[in-house]
Design a binder for this molecule. Structure first.
Ligand SMILES: [Zn+2]
Length: 233
């Protein structure tokens, strides 16, 4: 992907390729194919919901709150971790490929989900259908309503104080979280994000307080390690 001219000058970051300010969803498909610099500039808007553009004479701030959904292959050939064993990429090649997504950017992505290849039987027309999207939508809408009533904002937008107030854990779960933060070497930012995800999982289950299973699931979404080779598919 080459440089792109922008309204602010020739030396540009191709902002408009990532988001239109009003768009709630941002999908840079196969993020390892984007230049690392372009991916890194997402860190500010992901954190603050704004983007600041500075040029010699002036500085402007634009609203940029969006939901980032990104996909990447596990290795250059795309087959690492597959049961077929087709991947012939070297460990170095896989690591170099995965390191194009930096730790600080990964830190700001709440849900890391492996999507393995589907078995042919699962693609048959008569294969069992999953839950209907309409049912999922009703559950999501109910969870959002609960969040707005409880805190006035969605869980994703809770600040540090709001997170402390509304994402409380039982003592044993707090110990589990602290142990996980230590062993996974996660940041304070990641810890707050995990708490908000656990709060959302509990809201979707409509069970009141955050339970051990909700926390464990939220921690499970932090499994991607760009330095690991071949684990994800
Ligand atoms: Zn490969």
């Amino acid at each position: 992907m080459g440089e792109t001219r922008s309204p602010w000058g020739q030396e540009s970051t191709p902002w408009h390729q990532f988001f239109v300010v009003k768009a709630p969803l941002c999908t840079p498909t196969s993020q390892t194919e984007w230049s690392r610099h372009v991916l890194e500039v997402l860190r500010q808007p992901l954190e603050s919901g704004t983007v600041t553009v500075s040029r010699a004479a002036r500085q402007s701030e634009f609203p940029a709150r969006f939901q980032l959904v990104a996909a990447m292959n596990p290795c250059p050939c795309g087959w690492a971790g597959d049961a077929s064993g087709r991947c012939q990429c070297s460990a170095d090649a896989v690591q170099r490929y995965r390191m194009r997504v930096s730790g600080p950017l990964l830190d700001r992505i709440d849900l890391h989900v492996d999507v393995p290849r589907m078995a042919p039987a699962e693609l048959r027309p008569d294969a069992a259908a999953g839950e209907h999207s309409a049912a999922v939508r009703r559950r999501v809408e109910a969870a959002r309503a609960v969040q707005l009533e409880r805190a006035g904002v969605l869980n994703a937008h809770l600040d540090q104080q709001g997170t402390a107030a509304h994402c409380r854990l039982a003592a044993s779960d707090q110990a589990l979280l602290e142990h996980a933060i230590e062993s996974l070497q996660l940041s304070a930012r990641a810890m707050h994000r995990i708490l908000r995800v656990a709060r959302t999982i509990a809201d979707l289950a409509d069970t009141g307080p955050i339970g051990s299973a909700h926390l464990a699931e939220a921690l499970g979404y932090r499994g991607f390690d760009p330095r690991a080779q071949g684990a994800a598919a």
